[in-house]
Design a protein around this ligand. Structure first.
Ligand code: AMP
Ligand code: MG
Length: 400
């Protein structure tokens, strides 16, 4: 049986999925999420005319002739601190001592910094004239009430979180991210709490690797477990996990061996197979099914194959469920720094290290090897029919 092309597989996955909708999150927790609706300002910012410095609120007309040689003397009628409210409107010949961030008294039209005065009290000598509205911060100078602060589709960064907070917005509607569970399978696989490692067994890496990858991609609600190679037990575990997630990713058991039990487990579960096998190495036996519309992506158990097909298939799936385009890997051209001696009759993805338009390949390409994946940040996409590669060759990479 031959497989399908990667793009066709991704389209089969994404074509039948819709974004999960909106979720309301407290503002600090919404960092990195995408707004699902415009957020308008509920107030003017700043909410009152205020002083940008420590000095004296006064009337420009009163100090037009001021100089160090001939200071103008004004009565200091009150002191206004940040957080306080001026008690009196300012009349001709008067000044209010004022601190940065404090509300300006009515009647003043500028603020002189205290360094240009003698800081006298109750009469202050002014050494410098100002133009009207010099050092005067107007109500609404940052934004006005009712304006769109952040449009739908904005990905919230630290500045956006700060902006929302400045407007007193506590909660925002964001695109809901999927809850994704991972089920690893295999009778040979044990997890690191089992010591010593029994003969014939290996420590499982896929579950933690994929959960870590989901976490790196900002998918917060995840969970996972391991099952052996019993189809009934696997079907039961899948049933249980599907009850509390939006998408299930499994590893192992999808090839053609006697213990490739997903071919039995999926019918037991009542899942419908959408495709099995890709024209891609590694990860050829990838299998995709759905149960009552919920996606189940079943990847090869080989750790690099699982990691690579996660990037190729799970990320489009996560993008379709969340509506967040950022979840798709970016494609770039790059010059190869390293030779690769094998021909690629089938489309092949290699792990690589990309930097500034160049990509180097580590030693150790087999799909069971993980050590060489550490520090890699891209997959090199070699089309079917590519021959051995020399350094300097232009290739396409997917950034992870
Ligand atoms: P499978 O896809 O079940 O045929 O497994 C392919 C290879 O991946 C075998 O060598 C398995 O032992 C190995 N493998 C399967 N699951 C895991 C796992 N969770 N962690 C590490 N290796 C695994
Ligand atoms: Mg297996």
């Amino acid at each position: 049986m031959t497989g399908i092309e990667l793009e066709q597989a991704a389209a089969l996955i994404t074509g039948a999925l819709a974004p999960l909708g909106t979720q309301t999150l407290p503002v600090p927790d919404a960092l990195g999420y995408t707004l699902d609706a415009d957020v308008t300002a509920p107030l003017d910012q700043p909410p009152f005319d205020r002083s940008p410095l420590d000095g004296y609120a006064l009337r420009a007309a009163d100090i037009a002739s001021a100089s160090r040689e001939r200071p103008v003397r004004l009565r200091v009628v009150e002191t206004v601190y940040a957080g306080g409210v001026p008690l009196l409107p300012l009349t001709a010949g008067a000044a209010a001592r004022i601190m940065t961030g404090a509300m300006l008294p009515a009647g003043c039209d500028c603020v002189l910094r205290q360094e240009d005065t003698d800081q006298g009290d109750p009469v202050v000598s002014i050494y410098k004239p100002l133009r009207p509205y010099e050092n005067y911060v107007n109500l609404g100078e940052d934004y006005r009430s009712g304006t769109v602060l952040l449009p739908a589709g904005t990905r919230l960064d630290a500045a956006a979180v700060g902006l929302l907070s400045s407007a007193g917005v506590c909660q925002v509607p964001v695109r809901r991210r999927p809850r994704v569970f991972v089920l690893s399978t295999g009778d040979e696989v044990v997890y690191p709490h089992v010591h010593p490692l029994p003969p014939g067994k290996i420590y499982g890496s896929n579950l933690n690797l994929l959960l870590a990858r989901l976490s790196e991609l900002g998918i917060p609600e995840t969970g996972g477990e391991h099952a052996g190679d019993d189809p009934q037990a696997v079907a039961e575990a899948m049933e249980r996990l599907l009850g509390c997630c939006d998408a299930l990713i499994t590893t192992g058991g999808v090839s053609v061996g006697d213990k490739d039990i997903f071919h039995q487990a999926l019918p037991l579960l009542g899942a419908e197979t959408v495709f099995w096998r890709l024209n891609v190495k590694p990860g050829t036996p990838a299998l995709y099914s759905t149960r009552r519309g919920k996606p189940i992506l079943s990847l090869s158990g080989n750790p690099f194959a699982a990691a690579a097909t996660f990037e190729l298939l799970a990320r489009p799936m996560l993008c379709a469920l969340s509506g967040e385009e950022r979840l798709l890997p970016q494609r770039r051209s790059a010059r190869l720094d390293t030779a690769f001696s094998k021909a690629s009759p089938c489309r092949r993805f290699l792990r690589g290290r990309w930097q500034d338009g160049r990509v180097s390949l580590p030693e150790g390409h087999s799909s069971g090897q993980l050590a060489s994946l550490v520090g890699c940040n891209c997959l090199v996409d070699l089309p079917a029919g590519t021959g051995p590669l020399e350094p300097g060759r232009l290739v396409e990479v997917l950034l992870l």
